[in-house]
Design a protein around this ligand. Structure first.
Ligand SMILES: Nc1ncnc2c1ncn2[C@@H]1O[C@H](COP(=O)(O)OP(=O)(O)OP(=O)(O)O)[C@@H](O)[C@H]1O
Ligand SMILES: [Mg+2]
Length: 383
């Protein structure tokens, strides 16, 4: 009868602590303090799994430094319980549980389980009279479940705080990108004036053209960041002649590869009006061509082939550069996936994919490591 009352009391008290205490360390400490009193034991400790090892994070009754105790999963009693997820209870034992720096005459070790996995163990040792009843084990299991819940809640809370921080960083980056974009617009305006002034000086014009291209790429990058942080791409579609759009790409690519041994060609034997967001689709091609230039290490071919059928306009951007590893093929469109580059941010293809998707199109990749890479963009024809 008394044990029944104990269980009810501890349920109520732990529930109160759980609701009042936010800090996980003091929460665990208070729960195990209660456990020690109610279960009439000498020691209670909570161990959590970190990098496949168990470490004590809260304890009562351990009058020695336990900060260096570290138990491998599967080893010793705690390790076995953590690995199997099954509790171990021993009564009238002699000198067991030495792994924790003391020997005990009775103990129970109970796994701390969340909905998905075992995150640690609860050790309870040296019961009065050296015997844990079935009721004690029930209380032990309840305490362990509350400890697991406390830890899980705390981790979720920390995770939430981190993603809030990331959101803030995102907003901050977006506001900087926004300012850069506006300043670049101004710089571009002045360059256009300069272009007019020096129209009869071929060398100077070429220099200015190169600066314009570089600025356009920076401008594109800031737009990528902005689009990305907004999480949605808004299109401003306009009617453009395909040949005009391809010339724009050609002009800027030629400037990009001017000092390199890279051959660039566009194959397209038809012309028509297309309805696209010219600026954004231009960025898609610049992102692809930039990647191709980087994959060629100064030598090779970049080719754009344009085809069409009744429903689709199909662009293929090909290069005979280093190619993409098979295992990376499905990751390259993921935001922040970058490989083999010193300064890659991994946004180029993620944004390209979003822009093509916003055009109701599709972007696919075909590549062989060490041989070639081909990106295929399919855009539905809009009359
Ligand atoms: N033409 C290509 N040839 C070889 N690898 C490529 C090619 N295009 C993309 N990749 C691979 O895909 C990865 C992702 O490309 P993505 O353009 O998204 O990012 P990034 O180029 O690394 O960085 P950035 O955000 O500056 O563009 C690259 O890091 C590269 O490993
Ligand atoms: Mg890139």
């Amino acid at each position: 009868m008394t044990e029944k009352r104990d269980l009810l009391d501890i349920l109520v008290e732990i529930a109160e602590i759980m609701n009042k205490t936010k800090d996980v360390d003091s929460l665990l400490q208070r729960i195990i303090d209660l456990a020690k009193t109610y279960l009439k034991v000498k020691r209670v400790s909570v161990m959590l799994i970190e990098n496949d090892k168990l470490k004590i994070v809260a304890a009562v009754g351990l009058n020695f430094d336990y900060s260096n105790i570290c138990i491998n999963l599967g080893e010793g009693i705690s390790g076995k319980v953590a690995a199997s997820g099954e509790e171990i209870v021993v009564n009238y034992a002699d000198g067991v549980k030495k792994e924790l720096g003391y020997s005990a005459k009775s103990y129970m070790c109970i796994p701390l389980k969340t909905s998905e996995r075992v995150i640690g163990v609860l050790n309870v040792t040296d019961k009065e009279n050296d015997f844990f009843t079935v009721e004690d084990v029930k209380i032990g299991k309840y305490i362990a479940s509350q400890c697991a819940l406390a830890v899980e809640r705390f981790r979720l809370y920390e995770e939430e705080k981190r993603s809030e921080k990331l959101k803030l960083i995102g907003k901050f980056t977006a506001s900087i990108a926004h300012d850069i974009k506006n300043l670049l617009n101004v710089a571009q305006g002045y360059l256009e004036l300069l272009e007019i002034e020096i129209s009869n000086n071929k060398v100077l014009r070429e220099y200015v053209d190169s600066v314009v291209t570089e600025l356009k790429i920076i401008y594109g990058l800031t737009l990528d960041v902005l689009d990305f942080s907004r999480n949605s791409i808004l299109l401003t579609r306009e009617r453009v002649r395909l040949s005009e759009f391809l010339s724009l790409i050609e002009k800027h690519t030629k400037i990009m590869v001017k000092f390199l041994d890279i051959k660039f060609e566009i194959n397209c034997d038809f012309d028509e009006e297309i309805v696209i967001d010219k600026e954004k689709l231009f960025r898609v091609f610049m992102n692809l061509i930039n990647n191709s230039v980087e994959a060629l290490y100064g030598v090779g071919i970049i080719r754009i082939d344009v085809r069409k059928n009744d429903k689709f306009l199909i662009f293929e951007v090909y290069d005979n550069g280093i190619g993409i590893k098979k295992e990376n093929l499905e990751k390259i469109f993921d935001p922040f996936f970058t490989s083999g580059k010193l300064k890659g941010t991994g946004l180029g293809l993620a944004v390209a994919k979003e822009i093509v998707k916003a055009h109701d199109g599709e972007i696919m990749v075909d590549s062989k490591e060490g041989e070639y890479t081909k990106f295929i963009i399919k855009l539905p024809v809009i009359k």
